[in-house]
Design a binder for this molecule. Structure first.
Ligand code: GLN
Length: 231
């Protein structure tokens, strides 16, 4: 008799608010480049996804402890993360920039002396800020999600924040209410991740699916839809 195999459902952790990669739309549905990529790849490859918007750091921690199967969250592929995670082929490029309030007179890192800067827990932006804080003489405060990071700058508690250029530049265009004052540093690539040595089938399907989306134009269509620019 023919056998019917039910599609496997993989639990995928993601960030809460990281537009244009992941955010809740007005119907409280998680959308963005990462959400469309993972859903389109799942469709191509014949698996199902259960999306868990856990927050960036919590998603990475849950993946490392094997509670979820994968993470897609605008996550930069780094050598440090590669010790505990396996990454897909890259799907987007970004660096770290500094943003300040629109009326701020701070234009560079030297302007941060004696001030406080906001970053998101466990991110490249946080790593970058911590790596230069002694040199430039500023303090770092951390928040678990990007909204709180940006609000801390808007309310004036922090004079600046460090976050991904792909996200802050998008924010500037869509009315976030901050301005970007530096060129991207520490440029890297975003990748989908699984726990090291685990879920290799899922990782392989992600890579195969991504290659198909690049070939059939769907990848370009998704990037264009959310950024207005060709990939
Ligand atoms: N790309 C950054 C990182 O990997 C930020 C990711 C995020 O905040 N979702 O750390």
């Amino acid at each position: 008799a023919p056998q019917v195999h039910a599609a496997t459902t993989y639990t995928i952790g993601t960030d809460v608010t990281f537009p244009p990669f992941v955010y809740a739309n007005s119907n409280n549905k998680y959308v963005g480049i990462d959400m469309e990529l993972i859903r389109s790849i799942a469709k191509e490859e014949g698996f199902k996804v259960d999306i868990k918007p856990l927050g960036f750091n919590a998603a990475v921690q849950s993946l490392s402890s094997g509670q979820i199967d994968g993470v897609i969250a605008g996550m930069t592929i780094t050598d440090e993360r590669k010790q505990t995670l396996d990454f897909s082929t890259p799907y987007y490029e970004s660096g770290i920039v500094m943003a300040v309030a629109p009326n701020s007179k701070i234009t560079n890192l030297k302007g941060l002396k004696g001030k406080t800067v906001a970053v998101k827990t466990g991110t490249q932006g946080a790593t970058y800020a911590n790596s230069i804080k002694d040199k430039y003489g500023f303090k770092v405060v951390t928040f678990d999600d990007s909204d709180n990071v940006y609000n801390d700058v808007k309310t004036g508690n922090s004079v600046a924040c460090f976050d991904d250029s792909a996200v802050l530049n998008y924010g500037v265009k869509t009315g976030l209410g901050l301005k970007v004052v530096t060129k991207p540093a520490d440029i890297g690539q975003y990748g989908f991740a699984v726990k090291k040595g685990q879920n290799q089938k899922l990782l392989k399907m992600f890579n195969e699916g991504l290659a198909k989306l690049k070939k059939n134009g769907k990848y370009d269509q998704i990037i264009k839809k959310y950024t207005g620019k060709a990939a």
